[in-house]
Design a protein. Structure first.
Length: 423
């Protein structure tokens, strides 16, 4: 790591050799270190006759010489104090990080990109999960380099950070997430003028990810889950099965389905159910006609309706009155749910690594063959069609896969047999 010498200070008068209309010129503080220098304005202007070149102060002939000299001394002291504070935090202070601002202002606490990142996280109002994700990136950055100055943010630095993450054997998509978080805070720093737009290293670096394994179930798999019978020792997994099926039948996110209450379910005079709620991720309200999703034979409730009506009937006492505002499923932790739903899938003979998001993906993939893309986008509450298109592609791939494994010869034999039997 580069070492820095102590910064030296001195007062400079009329550096530009130019007088204002009133005959005065500016006094500045020159800070220099390792053959580099910076100038800080004192906002003090005097005429040449009042400046003492030898002692570098304002002469006694100036009516405010005591007040002005005291101000100049305080400004130099403030710079020295700021330098010492930075050294205390990081062990060194490059000239570029020196500031001449009041210590009470929030900006004076930002000396490095590390400070900036940490302060922005503290002021953020995003969801806790997203905040933890961004904090993890900051932790990784601190492991790579304790203090990151704004001028450190070069293409070489980003390449080095990328190699550091790869050496930790992180997945490509995890590494890509760390880069996306970096891009976010570098863009914020540019917006707040801590960094020049042309200095963004990600203009020349494109993080690479890999196509994730998008696991989804077929309708035949859902039938297996529906028909699953639990023993007394396995009864605790029944709510997990119901919850997962509801994810598959509604396409809701885990965060939304886990907070559904009986009072969010509306039943019409025709016994048809609607689910009305506000999405936790987007904050937008929606109304889902459950009776139109995965309908069964005529007159019977749809699959999601059947699950909800059964749960409400079995827990009529619990969900009556004030209980209508209690969570319907009582499933809170996504990680715990993901472990248990794998057990359920194994019991049903489904050899796939299912998860809560697998349910939403299953809904989208099945519906992609049944409704138009804009309708599917609204059902999934996607901001753009780009994400929705992924599920359409998955559905198309599944069709191709089924056709590849279709036994056309067997079908022809059946038709020949039917023909012979008819004769």
């Amino acid at each position: 790591m580069k070492t820095y010498n102590k910064i030296k200070y001195r007062l400079v008068y009329n550096r530009t050799n130019f007088l204002n209309l009133d005959g005065t010129a500016l006094i500045q503080i020159k800070a220099y270190q390792d053959r580099k220098c910076r100038f800080f304005s004192t906002e003090v202007y005097v005429e040449p006759k009042h400046w003492d070149k030898s002692y570098r102060c304002i002469k006694g002939s100036h009516p405010l010489h005591l007040e002005f000299n005291e101000r100049l001394a305080k400004l130099v002291t403030q710079l020295e104090r700021n330098e010492l504070r930075i050294i205390g935090q990081t062990g060194f202070c490059p000239l570029a990080k020196l500031v001449l601002k009041s210590e009470s202002t929030p900006e004076s606490n930002i000396h490095s990109f590390t400070d900036f990142y940490r302060q922005e996280i503290g002021l953020s109002t995003i969801k806790p999960d997203s905040l933890r994700n961004q904090q993890t990136t900051l932790n990784k950055l601190s492991e790579y380099q304790k203090v990151i100055w704004f001028e450190d943010l070069t293409l070489d630095f980003i390449h080095g950070f990328d190699r550091f993450l790869r050496k930790q054997k992180l997945g490509l998509n995890t590494i890509q997430k760390h880069h996306k978080n970096m891009q976010k805070y570098i863009s914020l720093a540019i917006g707040k003028e801590h960094l020049q737009p042309g200095k963004n290293p990600y203009l020349r670096f494109k993080p690479k990810g890999e196509e994730p394994s998008r696991i989804f179930l077929r309708e035949a798999d859902l039938d297996k889950l529906e028909q699953l019978v639990f023993s007394k020792d396995q009864e605790h997994l029944a709510p997990v099965r119901d919850f997962f099926l509801m994810l598959c039948y509604t396409g809701l996110r885990f965060s939304d389905l886990s907070t559904i209450r009986p009072c969010d379910i509306e039943e019409t005079s025709e016994n048809k159910l609607f689910l009305t709620q506000r999405a936790r991720k987007t904050g937008k309200g929606y109304s889902l006609p459950l009776y139109l999703l995965f309908p069964q034979q005529s007159g019977a409730p749809s699959r999601p309706e059947a699950i909800l009506k059964r749960i409400l009937k079995e827990n009529a006492v619990l969900f009556g009155g004030a209980g209508s505002k209690l969570p319907l499923f009582g499933i809170k932790c996504n990680q715990v749910f993901n472990r248990k739903v794998k057990e359920v899938a194994a019991m049903a003979g489904i050899d796939k690594q299912v998860s809560s998001h697998c349910g939403r993906r299953t809904f989208a993939t099945i519906l992609a063959t049944k409704v138009q893309m804009p309708t599917l986008q609204k059902l999934l509450q996607h901001a753009t069609l780009d994400m929705t298109k992924i599920y359409v592609q998955l559905s198309n791939q599944q069709v191709e896969k089924e056709l590849r494994h279709a036994n056309w010869a067997e079908r022809e034999k059946e038709e020949d047999f039917d023909t012979v039997r008819a004769e």
